[in-house]
Design a protein around this ligand. Structure first.
Ligand SMILES: [Fe+2]
Length: 284
C-alpha cells in the first residue's frame, strides 16, 4: 500500500473521500485538547497507511464480532465515558457511519462498552458504557480511555451500531501494535482502528460500514422510502411494545401499562424496552 500524498490519498476519489475533504475544510469535530485534526488524516500527517476499512461503493460492510458476556442494555446517552476520577490514558475515538454505498448515515445508534484501566467491566453500574447517535454528517465521537487488558483477550472496545430501523451490527474495535493481537482468536485486523498519540492521550478513528443501502432519513417524514410500512403503528394508534418491530419517530406504544412516544427511529430488541432506553422512548 503506497503512502498517500494528501488527505485524500492517491486513490481514486470516492464519495467518502469527498466527504472527508469537506470535513477537513469545514465543520471538523473538535477533539480532546482542542485539536481539530481527525485521526483519519493520520495517513497524510504521519505517512502510515490507515488500517481501518476504507469505504468505496460496493465495499463489504464492517464485520460482525461476538457480543461477549458483558453487554448491558440501558446504557446512558453520552458521548464521553470519562468521569471525574477516572484513571487511564485519554482516548478519543471518532469516525463516520456509512451505508454500503458510502452514504453517511445520520441518527445511527452507537452503543459502546469497554473495560476500565484494570481490565474490569462494570456489571453493576454503567461505567464505561454509553450510547450516542451519529450526527447529520454520519459522524460520531467517543471520549474514553484506553481499555485495560483482561485474561484471554487483546485490547478492544465493544460496540453495537444500528442505522434507524435497520439490523444491529455487533462488533469490536482493536488497537494496532498490540502483542496479544497475534494470539487472540477473535481478533480481526479489519477492525483495527487508526491510532495516534496526541499529547498524553490517543486519538483513534474508525468508520463503520453498515449493510444498509441508500441513505436512511433522520425520520422526520412519516412516509419516506421505507420498504415495508409498519401496520402495527399507524398515526394516532397505540400498540403494545414488541421486540423486532421497527418504530419511527412519533409512534406510540404501551409497556407495562405506560404509554411511550418514539423519539428515535429504530428496530426494537429485547433489553431495550422503553423504560430502559430514554434516548429512544419518551414517557407520554
Ligand atoms: Fe470484552
Amino acid at each position: 500500500m503506497s503512502t498517500p500524498q494528501n488527505p485524500l490519498g492517491d486513490r481514486q476519489i470516492s464519495r467518502k473521500s469527498l466527504l472527508k475533504a469537506a470535513a477537513l475544510a469545514g465543520a471538523v469535530p473538535v477533539l480532546i485538547g482542542g485539536g481539530t485534526a481527525l485521526a483519519r488524516d493520520t495517513a497524510a500527517a504521519g505517512g502510515t497507511a490507515p488500517l481501518t476499512p476504507d469505504c468505496h461503493d460496493g465495499d463489504a460492510p464492517t464485520g460482525e464480532q461476538i457480543e461477549g458476556p458483558y453487554f448491558k442494555p440501558g446504557s446512558p446517552l453520552r458521548t464521553n465515558l470519562v468521569t471525574p476520577g477516572t484513571q487511564g490514558t485519554p482516548l478519543t475515538v471518532s469516525g463516520y457511519v456509512f451505508g454500503r454505498n458510502c452514504a453517511p448515515i445520520s441518527g445511527a445508534l452507537l452503543d459502546f462498552w469497554q473495560a476500565d484501566v484494570n481490565g474490569n467491566y462494570d456489571n453493576s453500574g454503567y461505567t464505561f458504557r454509553g450510547h450516542q447517535f451519529s450526527d447529520a454528517n454520519g459522524a460520531y465521537t467517543l471520549g474514553t480511555i484506553i481499555p485495560g487488558l483482561y485474561p484471554g483477550r487483546t485490547r478492544h472496545i465493544h460496540v453495537k451500531v444500528q442505522a434507524p430501523g435497520q439490523p444491529i451490527l455487533t462488533t469490536q474495535l482493536y488497537f494496532p501494535n498490540e502483542p496479544r493481537n497475534a494470539t487472540d482468536s477473535i481478533f480481526d485486523p479489519a477492525l483495527v482502528m487508526t491510532v495516534r498519540q496526541v499529547g498524553n492521550g490517543s486519538q483513534a478513528s474508525f468508520d463503520f460500514v453498515l449493510n444498509v443501502n441508500g441513505t436512511p432519513k433522520p425520520s422526520t417524514s412519516p412516509t419516506g422510502n421505507s420498504p415495508s410500512p409498519s401496520p402495527s403503528s399507524s398515526s394516532g394508534g397505540t400498540t403494545t411494545w414488541q421486540a423486532g418491530t421497527s418504530y419511527k419517530v412519533g409512534d406510540q406504544v404501551t409497556y407495562n401499562g405506560v404509554t411511550y412516544v418514539c423519539i428515535q427511529a429504530h428496530t426494537a430488541f429485547v433489553g431495550w424496552e422503553p423504560p430502559n432506553v430514554p434516548a429512544l422512548w419518551s414517557r407520554r
